[in-house]
Design a protein around this ligand. Structure first.
Ligand SMILES: [Zn+2]
Length: 477
């Protein structure tokens, strides 16, 4: 025992001496002053209410902010006004956005095997964004249930022509329960996006999808769909998990007939804006760290978790820094993106204007996966970025946000073009067990946001933003 200890002591001395001779001192990432200030930022964010109050106004007071709407236009002015109150340089960047307006949306089963005579069965349905309308009196046809595109192709025109196709692709509840809601969404969303044209190719008169979300409270999940060029445009909606299950069961027993009415309208595009606001850096004002979320939302609820929460977390960064009297060395650029949900024209407009200036975009952060307890952050870009984050993770440890997770590809749709051009990119990292229960459905309301949890999201964004803005070195890219 004694001898062992003695050997260890000698070894340790030997290593220390060798290191002193061959390894240069570790370069500093963050100054002690920055680290001390980050602790104050973390505390202010988790204990404060900037993000919570802002998200409440955006969702409960203003309400849904679908592209082209009066509410979206109001929100642009509100956000710009709040930024001016903080003393930031505000710019409204013009964006032309689609203007799609929901109409009547009803569905009922009128015939099925074993039905009580004269009975009708209500089906909960919602139109998908950019869908065309049925006639005002609706359409009535047999429903063909397919589980995936391969089954649609096997059935072919002889089984599909003149019918309503139900894509019964199942959102993976097991993945959601394990915390991977986004992966489940990624698998099922193709049917929402492409189902109508796939069905129309075989002569279907309408397309409905099983909701591409994880609600089991009979809530239909809306979202964007796209028509393929050269194929007839047919009305397209989503039915709930529960109604899809019922229709699929009844269709196994015999023919099922549905009466479907969807009357959305596509109006001329509308001029709208990204809201951009700079908190000028004290030493490198021409280098930018973006903090962002998307201002537009879907229209069925209040767009609270998608994405008032993200804009609110971004807003909280300059608000907290102002409270603490802190000024970043690089510029922190707030962006409330317009039109993330209906095609990303806001992201495109920003990239078009800045594509010659990508080298000055030091880092980009986007928050667009809700407001639950973050377990850390994800980053995209070079994997070797990892070694720059240790001190930031330490600051976030008291709130349990300890994971710095590399994500190949990207971490946010609006900052996607910047990520692709090499800008180190970041997003809060969540367990996605609850997000897709409310995403794009009628339950995305402010009550889903917890004050402490959105404070933790605000903290992740603020610690990342202030830390990166004050980093003593360039990031690898
Ligand atoms: Zn979103």
């Amino acid at each position: 025992m004694k001898r062992l200890l003695l050997t260890a002591a000698i070894l340790s001395v030997g290593i220390t001496t060798a290191m002193a001779q061959t390894v240069s001192p570790t370069p500093e990432l963050y100054s002690q002053k920055t680290l001390d200030d980050l602790v104050r930022v973390q505390k202010a964010a988790t204990e404060g209410t900037h993000a919570f109050d802002f998200a409440r106004y955006m969702s409960a007071t203003i309400g849904p902010r679908i592209s082209g709407s009066n509410e979206a236009a109001f929100a642009v002015q509100y956000v710009a006004g709040e930024m001016r109150k903080l003393g930031l340089d505000v710019k409204l960047q013009k964006v032309m956005v689609p203007h799609w307006v929901r109409g009547v949306e009803t569905a009922e089963l009128t015939e099925w095997h074993g039905m009580p005579p004269g009975s009708k069965r209500n089906v909960v349905v919602t139109a998908l964004g950019h869908s065309v309308a049925t006639p005002a009196s609706g359409v009535t046809a047999d429903v063909v249930v397919v589980n995936d595109f391969a089954e649609l192709d096997r059935l072919g025109r002889k089984n599909i022509e003149g019918k309503i196709v139900l894509f019964n692709y199942k959102f993976d509840m097991g993945l959601q329960a394990a915390g991977f809601g986004l992966a489940a969404y990624g698998q099922s969303v193709a049917y929402r996006t492409n189902g109508a044209s796939a069905a129309a190719k075989y002569g279907a008169i309408a397309s409905i999808v099983r909701s591409a979300g994880g609600s089991q409270s009979r809530l239909a999940h809306t979202g964007l769909m796209r028509y393929q060029d050269g194929i007839a445009k047919i009305p397209s909606g989503a039915v709930t998990y529960e109604d899809a299950e019922t229709i699929a069961y009844l269709a196994k027993l015999g023919p099922v007939k549905m009466h479907l009415t969807l009357t959305p309208q596509t109006l001329p595009p509308v001029e709208s804006y990204n809201v951009i606001a700079d908190l000028k850096g004290s030493e490198k004002p021409n280098e930018y760290v973006i903090v962002s979320g998307h201002l537009d939302s879907w229209d069925l609820a209040q767009g609270a978790i998608d994405d008032a929460a993200g804009v609110a977390a971004a807003y909280s960064v300059p608000a907290i820094l102002k409270d603490l009297g802190l000024r970043p060395r690089r510029t922190i650029r707030f962006i409330a993106w317009m039109d993330e949900e209906q095609g990303g024209s806001g992201s495109e407009a920003y990239y078009a204007e800045e594509k010659g200036n990508i080298a000055n975009h030091f880092a980009a952060i986007e928050a667009d996966l809700g407001a639950s307890h973050p377990i850390g952050f994800k980053f995209a870009g070079k994997p070797e970025l990892q070694r720059y984050f240790g001190p930031l993770v330490k600051v976030l440890t008291p709130q349990g946000a300890t994971l710095a997770q590399y994500q190949a590809g990207g971490v946010g749709s609006d900052i996607g073009p910047l990520t692709r051009d090499g800008v180190p990119s970041f997003a809060p990292f969540f367990n996605e067990e609850t997000y897709f229960k409310y995403h794009h459905n009628a339950a995305d309301t402010f009550d889903k946001i917890d004050r402490r949890e959105i404070g933790e999201v605000s903290s992740v964004v603020a610690v990342l933003a202030y830390g990166l803005a004050n980093l003593e070195q360039p990031l690898p890219r």
